[in-house]
Ligand binder design. Structure first.
Ligand code: SF4
Length: 480
């Protein structure tokens, strides 16, 4: 099975997509509503934690310790899953993970697969691979189901169809499910439920992601608010769970603390409605559950991140989406602009690291560095620091990450600027020159409307203050 290189799959034209998003009024309303509800709710929820908001700092330490001992923890996890009767496969890359999943499906003559919402399956392109192998893969999370019917990808980790309103969904269901048009949410949900129930009852295999895993007990955990994941993983004969290798906690008490924070950060809930701890296939005396349980532990570039102290912190991420819910950039451009599967400030760091820093340069350069993501993160990840580190690599190049310097002209311009501001006479001459030269540019209300190329980007969407007729130092000397 050939899997396309990640950069070909995920990096759409960022600028073109953002322009489209800014003009999309449905999306703009939906994003504002999402950030109002979840962004504020999460900040309040941290304040109301019985242990206080500093629990985030404790969680940071727990993640740091786990990522520092990842090799030992993964070996312990795999050993305990096997003891529980499950099978474990370590996949070096997306192609290996997909091959393994297809192999399991082929051994069971699977023709229909049901899936719980899983960003990692988006990362490896599982749906496309299953379709190529003649296996129908049906998303069972309502939001994922909607975007799958629309032939789109998710635009948010926990709210994949946030870019659609109920009129869009009504039209989509009328077209694809052949029901009379309605924009009534309960009626639409009932239609999806009816269609999905048939799939649950007849599916040969179930795929899921993994929100967290625990090395000590050898179980994985999935959370949902619809109950669809536990249907997708207990009704078919076979369950294949795919997890990023970083998602493991050492001890059950660490796992449970992270689980609480995950639910708070994702949706300001004390606990998601459905939480499943899955330790393997069903036992002999059990009537429910799959006969086979497989855990695919995916590397796909994570070892490289682990090896770099500057970026190792990114592996602490538990994919809760809290940083998306407060990010001023995500709040305007939505998830599709970033390309799939990870978006927001978290995606702006992880995707360039997984798929190529040069290929993903727009993502890390598009963020504002305001720091709201760090404050919202349940494990206190310093995303702005890593965004800056990525930009430094683009400015200077880096052989270890195969980064070629993004823009030699920009580097030269900043060198020149650095030299100018370190030489007072030159700087003052420059200010006089700028003050004299600005009169040749178009003005409006005392502001410069347009600068000439190559610096016209500054004034494409905003005006700029002209340099003052006299510098501060000149006025200081005159005692003004
Ligand atoms: S970086 Fe933090 S806030 Fe963002 S998804 Fe990861 S854990 Fe959540």
């Amino acid at each position: 099975m050939k899997v396309e290189p990640m950069d070909e799959i995920i990096f759409a034209d960022y600028l073109a997509e953002t322009r489209k998003a800014l003009k999309n009024q449905v999306l703009q309303h939906a994003l504002a509503d999402l950030q109002n509800r979840f962004g504020r709710g999460t900040a309040l929820a941290y304040q109301n934690l019985p242990e206080g908001p500093d629990l985030r700092l404790k969680a940071h330490e727990i993640r740091m310790e786990a990522i520092g001992n990842l090799d030992v923890l993964l070996a312990t996890l795999a050993g305990n899953v096997r003891k529980n009767g499950g099978q474990v496969f370590f996949a070096e890359d997306a192609a290996a993970a997909v091959d393994y999943c297809l192999g399991v499906a082929a051994r069971h003559n699977a023709r229909l697969a049901v899936k719980g919402k899983s960003m990692i399956s988006e990362e490896i392109g599982l749906n496309r691979a299953l379709a190529n192998a003649g296996i129908e893969a049906v998303e069972t999370d309502l939001g994922e189901y909607i975007v799958q019917l629309a032939g789109e990808g998710p635009s948010h980790i926990i709210a994949p169809a946030i870019h659609k309103n109920r009129d869009d969904i009504g039209r989509l269901f009328a077209d694809r499910l052949k029901i009379p048009y309605t924009n009534d949410p309960p009626s639409l949900t009932r239609a999806a439920r009816k269609s999905l129930r048939e799939k649950f009852l007849t599916a040969d295999i179930g795929f899921s992601g993994c929100n967290l895993a625990c090395a000590e007990t050898g179980h994985i955990t999935t959370v949902s608010n619809e109950g669809n994941i536990r249907m997708a993983i207990t009704m078919p004969r076979v369950h294949v769970a795919i997890m990023g290798m970083e998602r493991v906690a050492a001890r059950l008490q660490d796992h449970d603390m992270l689980l609480r924070l995950l639910c708070l950060a994702a949706a300001a809930q004390n606990m998601s409605t459905y939480v499943s701890y899955i330790g393997g296939p069903r036992w002999k005396q059990q009537v429910d559950g799959p006969q086979e349980f497989h855990l695919v532990i995916l590397d796909n570039g994570r070892s490289r991140i682990l090896a770099d102290e500057q970026f190792r912190e990114m592996l602490y991420c538990i994919r809760c989406a809290a940083c998306l819910n407060v990010c001023p950039v995500y709040g305007k451009i939505g998830g599709h602009s970033y390309g799939h599967p990870y978006s927001g400030p978290m995606g702006a760091v992880i995707m360039p690291l997984l798929a190529g820093i040069n290929a993903g340069r727009d993502l890390c350069q598009g963020e504002t560095l305001c720091g709201a993501c760090r404050d919202a993160c349940p494990v206190n990840i310093d995303l702005p620091r890593m965004l800056l580190a990525l930009r430094a690599k683009l400015a200077d190049g880096d052989d270890r990450w195969n980064v070629v310097r993004a823009d030699r002209g920009e580097k030269a311009a900043f060198h020149l600027w650095s030299w100018i501001i370190r030489n007072r006479r030159v700087y003052e001459f420059f200010l006089r020159l700028a003050s004299w030269g600005q009169r040749f540019f178009p003005h409006h209300n005392g502001m410069i409307r347009r600068l000439p190329p190559p610096i016209n980007g500054w004034t494409r969407h905003r005006d700029i203050h002209p340099p003052a007729a006299q510098s501060f130092m000149q006025r200081w000397k005159k005692g003004l």
